[in-house]
Write a protein that binds this ligand. Structure first.
Ligand code: FES
Ligand SMILES: [Fe+2]
Length: 357
């Protein structure tokens, strides 16, 4: 399996993204009294909180094509900022100022949008009439009273699959994140790694028993000394769930699903914007120690600093890949998880190829 990101020319004959699925569009707290414009999978969309809940519409007024995101959210829907057409959450025009008759063609495309666990999930298909067969994935961590969390949305000038590569291979921590969640690079590169999966998921488990706590861990949790540290990454085509943490060395079973200690539970929505740009929509949840109840903001801030470091690396990597478009990459031992994810995305893209005509 060739792990190199496909040259852009191949996108002319294959869909760039898996279709007919839920993608992360944003977070609930991003929708207040203003419309939110965001391009997902090359589709310009506008999101707003209307009278019947959240809604996603094509960001194009059907009158003279002003982006609807230039308009205003009102009690009954979203009003275009040019000549005042008012649209409800289904995309139907419900008012044309100064005109009694509203033609049936006065509507814009809507997308199924669900607000669940504080995450906005949008279902995207090439077929405007298609509907999702089931609801979006659950993320119960956001509703778990043991955890407090925060997050953000980063824009990437790089293809979405480079973010998958990064999340599925945490060996980079010892080189990229020395100031926060890193640690001894040799320890990371020699961690015991198990990679498993099926046709929709990849799970990478890395264990680092009896290791030194990295800076963020020491700041957030009163470890006695050395720690037993774990990293569990679960990849889905739309997002990754990453549960990392540690406990005092020898304090319990490192693979116990109920294990105690310091936890960082990450939600990582990875949604293509275009073939070469992406949105990274993340949260980090932690279980504050009884003696350090105010530690959540520190964990969120250090996570944000960590992800800024990833963004610098990944965008530099992509710039370089564009400068060497025909050169092949090599695979090393850390690539097993990322390569499995590549195969899943490739398969989904091919499945979604529509017959010509
Ligand atoms: S362009 Fe939207 S109302 Fe005219
Ligand atoms: Fe990273």
């Amino acid at each position: 399996m060739n792990a190199v990101f496909k040259p852009l020319e191949s996108l002319a004959t294959e869909p760039a993204f898996p279709m007919d699925r839920w993608w992360v569009a944003g977070f609930a707290w991003e929708l207040d009294h203003k419309p939110l414009a965001r391009t997902l999978l090359n589709r310009r969309m506008v999101f707003f909180r209307g009278p019947d809940g959240v809604a996603a519409l094509e960001d194009r007024c059907c009158h003279k094509e002003l982006p609807l995101s230039c308009g205003a959210v009102e009690a009954r829907g979203l009003r275009c900022g040019y000549h005042g057409l008012l649209f409800d959450g289904s995309g139907r025009c419900i008012e044309i100022p100064g005109q009694a008759n509203i033609p049936s063609k006065a509507r814009v495309r809507s997308y199924p949008l669900v607000e669940q666990d504080m995450i906005l999930w949008v279902w995207i298909s090439d077929d405007p009439e298609a509907q999702p067969p089931s609801g979006p994935p659950a993320y119960p961590v956001h509703g778990d009273p043991r955890y407090k969390y925060g997050g953000n949305v980063f824009h990437y000038d790089a293809p979405y699959q480079l973010i998958h590569d990064n999340l599925l291979d945490l060996s980079h921590l010892g080189y990229v994140h020395t100031r926060t969640i890193g640690g001894n690079p040799q320890l990371h590169m020699n961690a015991k790694v198990t990679t498993t999966g099926d046709d929709r998921t990849v799970t990478v488990i890395r264990l680092m028993p009896d290791s030194e706590p990295p800076p963020t861990y020491s700041a957030a949790w009163p470890f006695r000394g050395r720690i037993d540290r774990w990293q569990e990454v679960v990849f889905h085509p739309s997002h990754c769930e990453i549960w990392t943490g540690a406990m005092d060395a020898g304090a319990g079973r490192i693979d116990d699903p109920q294990r105690e200690g310091f936890h960082m539970r990450g939600f990582h929505g990875v949604t293509p914007e275009t073939e070469t740009t992406a949105h990274y929509l993340w949260t980090i949840a932690t279980n504050p120690h009884p003696d350090k109840q105010d530690v959540t903001q520190l964990v969120v801030d250090q996570t944000a600093a960590t992800f800024e470091e990833d963004k610098v690396i990944i965008e530099a990597q992509w710039n370089n890949q564009k400068s060497f478009p025909v050169r092949k990459q090599i695979d090393i031992h850390v690539d097993a998880g990322p390569n499995r994810a590549r195969r899943i995305i490739d398969k989904l893209r091919r499945q979604d190829r529509r017959p010509a005509g």
